[in-house]
Design a protein around this ligand. Structure first.
Ligand code: MG
Ligand code: MG
Length: 262
């Protein structure tokens, strides 16, 4: 069931989204060679709690941390760890959720660690651009398939592949609500978009094949060919007569990264 949000709900959803956006800005400050992913997780958790919010992912289905931190060929759901030390040339996807006043926000950004190969930077750029292609389609009257089709077309044209097993989702009182928002699809297919729908669009795009392997811990998702994968996510609200409203803007990350912002 798809829950349409009221203007009152949206006030809370904006607040949660803003906390997530700011938390990723804090993360941007500390992503560098030599830092452990556990440290990044702690920074974000402390930040989220300082706003009177709770990390959405902690204990979600048994997930052991506040952030999903996925390095290089890890697509999503990486466990923060003291053993995972970021090194020059890595890319690291940081997925963050926060809940306040009963409503969640959800966003992800893939950061560069030090100097990253140009071909990998191109993957990051295309994945982020494909997110905006999807957001452009997220207007009243269009359908979920229009979003997925825009993401898929944009990425496949550039030679990348779209992960099928994990998808975007509705966001509200639950972290994952209906509808599912795949990063592939057909024009005009799927549920129709209505004002008041709040969804997370989150392309997970692979440099090589689309095939993935789920790790022994039952969470960590890797590319089968071990080539890098990128992940960008925004929570957005479908509005009446016009463009979607982005609730988890990357502006805080941009402020921190300056010229290094992709
Ligand atoms: Mg997320
Ligand atoms: Mg999500």
């Amino acid at each position: 069931m798809i829950y349409l949000k009221t203007e009152e709900d949206l006030v809370f959803l904006r607040e949660s989204g803003e906390i997530v956006a700011k938390a990723l800005g804090e993360v941007a400050k500390c992503v560098q060679p030599g830092v452990t992913t556990k440290y990044i997780d702690q920074i974000a958790e402390d930040f989220i709690r300082s706003y009177g919010a709770e990390p959405s992912f902690l204990n979600y289905g048994g997930f052991p941390a506040s952030l999903c931190i996925s390095v290089n060929e890890v697509v999503v759901h990486g466990f923060p760890s003291e053993k995972t030390i970021l090194k020059d040339g890595d890319i690291v996807s940081v997925d963050c959720g926060a809940k306040k006043n009963g409503f969640h926000g959800d966003s992800a950004y893939t950061f560069r660690v030090g100097d990253v190969k140009q071909e990998v930077v191109a993957l990051l750029r295309a994945t982020k651009e494909s997110l905006y292609m999807g957001i452009e389609q997220a207007v009243e009257g269009k359908r979920i398939g229009d979003i997925g089709n825009a993401v898929q077309t944009y990425c496949q044209r550039r030679g990348y592949s779209v992960v099928r097993e994990m998808v975007g989702h509705g966001v509200g009182r639950e972290l994952h609500e209906d509808p599912e928002v795949p990063n592939y699809g057909k024009h005009g297919a799927g549920p129709q978009l209505k004002a008041g729908m709040v969804i997370a669009i989150e392309p997970m795009i692979n440099m090589g094949s689309k095939n993935i392997i789920i790790g022994r811990n039952g969470w960590e998702v890797r590319t089968a060919d071990r080539k890098p994968s990128a992940h960008f996510e925004n929570t957005i609200a479908i509005r009446k007569n016009g463009a979607a409203e982005i609730l988890t803007s990357f502006d805080h990350i941009k402020e921190v990264l300056g010229d290094r912002f992709i």
